[in-house]
Design a protein around this ligand. Structure first.
Ligand code: UGA
Length: 419
């Protein structure tokens, strides 16, 4: 039965963030239209099929109805539009805002026909000032259109769960009326203490500062790990000891070969570039990124202690996804590791239960196989912390572990990357 209190929402851009937003609001009883320019993706979603690898989302999509379409005109049937289009990076690390700008312009054109009030919510990750300078001006001649910023804090793999039980809801508003309208949609999702209402650019900065801080935490513990390795100290014990202090917190202190994915590396770089644009050179962010570039290459240094020349050696890779629970390989640490191995003349074979098809598009020249073949290589590098890697028998292998897989410690020769 249709929820009569539900609002009509359109979500523009159906990547992980857009689709989660669409499904999340549909679960809350709102009527959701999802718009994307990729027809195959739209077709799947319209048929209740999740085009991404997100377990909860897949189940939920079968239960709710998303009116998915490629036709932008459908925004006219809604009162609130969420902009969830991608914000890729330029070659210098700065943010490419062309999709955000394009969607806002297209929306403005259509809303001229509408005539009744409409709320535009920027949910794409955009650098501070974007909504004020690029999005809001598109609607300057439409007094009945309001603009808010509502960043997401979803982790891939648990995106829907994070939407339904968020750590906080941040509402950047330019006028209380619009913020109230946005908050109303979330009815009961978070208690009032975890709702933050700010101006537009503060909301944008909260998102960047959060991701940059998480990236910093990872690079920080990796740096401590690199020192620990030299001193024969277990950095995981150290992290456990640190985490007991609430001011530090126990999460995001897993040392290894660094952070990947489409968010932490890209957002940290974009924030650094934004800082530079203001005339200030962010020093911490610069080093966080530099350490993250070097960290995966430590695997090769350790490998070469045991196999000095990699030329024609068969090196196995366990894990290609940027983290477990996803088939996403964007900025995966497997990429620099495989590149470096190939450069040294090694023959690479790899296994990942989900990410092989995506990786194959990038590296068609390596061999994709099962775990047994990987473990039969001259040495095995563990790149992603899939649970199943903890159930393997490593006893006949040389293992360089980038993700702290306990079972691998029983390998014939074992090197943790920073423990
Ligand atoms: C990240 C943030 O965690 C989310 O809060 C944010 O909403 C999202 O970006 C976004 O901006 O959309 P996600 O990209 O899904 O989420 O990935 P994370 O779970 O943060 O992991 C990022 C990388 O850090 C992975 O490669 C992971 O292996 C690595 N990592 C994470 C570590 O090396 N150590 C840790 O302790 C934690």
């Amino acid at each position: 039965m249709e929820n009569l209190t539900g609002k009509a929402i359109s979500v523009i851009g159906l990547g992980v963030v857009g689709l989660t937003t669409a499904v999340g609001f549909a679960l809350k009883g709102h009527r959701v239209t999802g718009i994307d320019i990729v027809p195959e993706k739209v077709m799947k979603i319209a048929n209740g099929v999740n085009p991404t690898y997100e377990k909860e989302l897949t189940e939920a999509l079968r239960r709710v109805k998303i009116n998915a379409t490629t036709d932008f005109h459908h925004v006219l049937g809604s009162d609130i539009s969420f902009l969830c289009v991608g914000t890729p990076d330029n070659a210098d690390g700065s943010i490419d805002l062309r999709y955000v700008k394009g969607a806002a312009e297209q929306l403005a054109q259509l809303l001229m026909e509408k005539g009744t009030s409409h709320l535009v919510v920027v949910r794409s990750t955009v650098v501070p000032g974007t909504t004020e300078k690029i999005v809001a001006p598109c609607f300057k001649d439409l007094p009945e259109v309001g603009v808010c910023v509502n960043p997401e804090f979803l982790q891939e793999g648990t995106a829907l769960e994070d939407f339904l039980t968020p750590s906080r809801i941040v509402i950047g508003e330019d006028g209380r009326r619009w913020g109230d309208m946005l908050l109303d949609l979330y009815n009961g999702t978070a208690d009032s203490s975890s709702v933050l209402r700010t101006d537009l650019r503060t909301a944008e900065m909260i998102k960047y500062a959060s991701n940059a801080f998480l990236a910093t935490k990872v690079s920080f513990i990796n740096e401590i790990g690199n020192i620990c390795k030299e001193l024969g100290i277990d950095v995981y014990e150290v992290a456990r000891g640190m985490g007991h202090d609430n001011r530090i917190g126990k999460d995001f202190l897993k040392a290894g070969i660094g952070f990947g994915g489409f968010c932490l590396p890209k957002d940290t770089a974009a924030l650094m570039m934004k800082g530079k644009e203001t005339g200030y050179t962010p020093k911490i962010l610069q080093e966080v990124l530099q350490l993250n570039r070097e960290q995966p290459l430590r695997m090769l240094e350790l490998l070469k202690i045991h196999i000095p020349s990699l030329s024609n050696k068969v090196i196995g890779i366990l894990g290609l996804a940027f983290k477990p629970g996803t088939d996403d390989i964007r900025e995966s640490r497997a990429i620099p590791v495989v590149e470096a191995l190939l450069k040294e003349g090694a023959r690479v074979r790899a296994f990942d239960s989900q990410a092989m098809p995506n990786f194959q598009k990038l590296f068609p020249q390596i061999e994709y196989c099962g775990v047994d073949e990987v473990l039969a290589s001259d040495a095995t590098l563990i790149v992603t912390a899939w649970d199943e890697f903890n159930r393997l028998d490593y006893s006949n292998s040389i293992v360089i572990d980038g993700r702290r897989i306990d079972a691998a410690k029983r390998a014939q020769i074992y090197e943790g990357v920073c423990w």
